[in-house]
Design a protein around this ligand. Structure first.
Ligand SMILES: [Cu+2]
Length: 250
């Protein structure tokens, strides 16, 4: 019986520790949403793990000298309990995940009448422009090829290779495509991962908070040069970004 009394106390103590744990500064809205979901699911997973392990250890110790074990043949109450408990857990995971997936900064933005024409160089499907009220939005076209990345800014007048520059605190739309093969843009610390497809655009939206430099990679094996298909994702202070674009335009 002592185990049953200690367990809830240990559980509460552990959860309190988690709450006190300071959360690191978030780099972007995507990063924030994904990290928060991860923590939410952890809050559900930890008590379940502790309860299951506690029951297991309890049973192993309590019945260790049982030479004549008898299985439970039918216990309706037990079956109903674990079915409902499982349903509740899955529902919680589903609802929590959907709330994040439904945000357009995580899923792809959906084209509708309220949006501006996307500024892209090719007449292909899939690109989604900013909302009409997002006047300060930045659109960047990203082309993946064997083996590198070309980013085009300001309607194509400025471009960078293996380097993507974005401003802080503004909606950023990345229109991603490939010119030859399947590739995938992955910026782990900013929370961006999207496939680059031939003949179609994939638009991802993000908003960043902290200036800094982050590594990005191709995470779709695409050939002998795949491992060199990486670059730098540079988050610049809003004003510095505008100054940089002006400078490039000459
Ligand atoms: Cu690649």
């Amino acid at each position: 019986m002592r185990v049953a009394r200690i367990l809830p106390v240990a559980l509460v103590g552990f959860l309190a520790l988690l709450v006190v744990e300071p959360v690191a500064a978030q780099v972007s809205l995507r990063d924030e949403l994904i990290s928060d979901l991860n923590m939410t699911l952890l809050y559900a997973a930890i008590p379940i793990t502790i309860i299951v392990e506690a029951v297991l250890i309890y049973a192993v110790i309590k019945f260790r000298n049982n030479d004549d074990p008898k299985p439970t043949e039918e216990n309706r109450r037990l079956e109903i309990t674990w079915t409902i408990a499982t349903a509740v857990v899955l529902l919680f995971v589903g609802v929590a995940s959907y709330q994040v997936l439904a945000v357009e900064e995580i899923g792809n933005p959906i084209a509708d009448e309220e949006r501006l024409e996307p500024s892209v160089s090719q007449d292909l499907e899939g690109a989604v422009g900013p909302h009409a009220d997002e006047e300060d939005a930045v659109e960047i076209e990203i082309e993946a090829f064997r083996y590198g990345w070309r980013a085009s800014y300001a309607g194509g007048d400025v471009s960078t290779f293996n380097e993507i520059r974005v401003p802080t605190d503004r909606p950023v739309y990345l229109h991603i495509r490939s010119s030859d093969w399947l590739h995938m843009l992955h910026v782990p610390s900013v929370g961006i991962k999207q496939t680059a497809i031939v003949g179609e655009y994939n638009t991802v939206k993000t908003e960043t908070y902290e200036p800094g430099s982050h590594q990005f990679y191709c995470t779709e094996y695409c050939g002998v040069g795949h491992s060199q298909m990486n670059g730098e994702f540079i988050i610049m202070e809003d004003d510095d970004y505008d100054a940089w674009i002006d400078e490039q335009l000459g």
